[in-house]
Design a protein around this ligand. Structure first.
Ligand SMILES: C[S@@+](CC[C@H](N)C(=O)[O-])C[C@H]1O[C@@H](n2cnc3c(N)ncnc32)[C@H](O)[C@@H]1O
Length: 281
């Protein structure tokens, strides 16, 4: 045992996280719970407990990394999405709460067909594809990404949830090698305009390949929409795209061009920002 208590460790973690996080005290509880292999509730209930010497050594390594601004999920090596932990490394985007809006909508879209053919484009950690497969036992969800390193992380997450048989992972650009018809296409592709990336802290840590959406941020979304006429089921297909709020009008136009008969609904995330386009053919 060391002479460092849970209370002191929490204070140190919250202090290291404060410059980079609006939820530093909560994140500190989460981090310490991870370190101790306990729940956040246990951490709160045992402020006087002592850390072991190996736990203190680990804590010191984490504090050093957090002070450089490294995001907590990369330090911990995993992050929660839709109530489940997913491994993350700097090869993948850290799963975001706003993407849960996309998953909720996809689950509703999936209910409209008995055995839908589903694909997640730009799967990263695999959080969307694997969550859909976990929420709909029996469903097969294909997943693509251009990044080989990201696919290795998705593979580890797939093994973590025993989904090797139901989530084929493919290195591909968009839907390039995949013939249709797809019933449901979901995608959280890079959508940040290149110029904005220079000012964003995320760009220092998260892969540019996961963030950079070209001049207006819509490059990859436009490219995917252009692939859909030949690959999406029509009528009866669903497409769910995560977008930036400022892109709604431009992307509606692109949808009108490629899928003239489609209906487009805009869904807001938990913060009330337009975040998902739900396109129905
Ligand atoms: C914004 S991240 C989303 C990751 C994950 N789906 C999520 O929601 O957390 C975008 C992902 O798309 C991948 N990507 C970028 N360009 C792509 C392309 N042309 N085809 C397929 N995947 C691409 C990136 O490697 C990255 O993993």
């Amino acid at each position: 045992m060391s002479n460092i208590t849970v209370r002191e460790a929490l204070q140190d973690l919250a202090q290291a996280l404060a410059p980079h996080s609006e939820t530093a005290p909560l994140d500190a509880q989460r981090a310490l719970a991870h370190l101790l292999g306990r729940s956040p509730a246990w951490v709160l209930a045992h402020p006087e407990a002592y850390l072991s010497s190996p736990q203190v050594a680990q804590l010191q390594d984490w504090l050093r990394r957090l002070q450089t601004g490294e995001p907590l999920p990369y330090v911990l090596g995993e992050w929660e999405f839709y109530g489940r932990p997913f491994y993350v490394t700097p090869a993948v985007l850290i799963p975001r709460p706003e993407t849960e809006t996309l998953v909720d909508a996809a689950l509703r879209a999936l209910s409209t067909r008995p055995s839908p053919r589903v694909v997640d484009v730009g799967t990263g950690s695999g959080c969307i594809a694997l969550t859909l497969a976990l929420e709909r036992p029996g469903l097969t969800v294909w997943a693509t990404d251009v990044s080989w390193d990201a696919l290795q992380v998705a593979r580890r997450n797939r093994a973590r949830y025993g989904l090797q048989d139901r989530v084929p992972l493919l290195q591909a650009s968009l839907l390039e090698p995949l013939a249709g018809p797809w019933d449901v296409v979901v995608a959280n592709l890079p959508y940040i305009p290149s110029m904005e990336l220079t000012h964003l802290r995320v760009a220092r840590w998260e892969p540019r390949l996961a963030l950079d959406g070209g001049l207006e941020g819509t490059w990859w979304l436009r490219a995917l929409l252009a692939q859909l006429p030949s690959r999406l089921r029509r009528p009866g297909g669903h497409v769910l795209l995560e977008i930036a709020p400022a892109q709604v009008t431009a992307l509606r136009e692109v949808v009108r061009h490629h899928l003239p008969k489609a209906r487009v609904e805009v869904l807001s995330d938990l913060a009330g920002m337009p975040r998902v386009l739900w396109i129905r053919t």
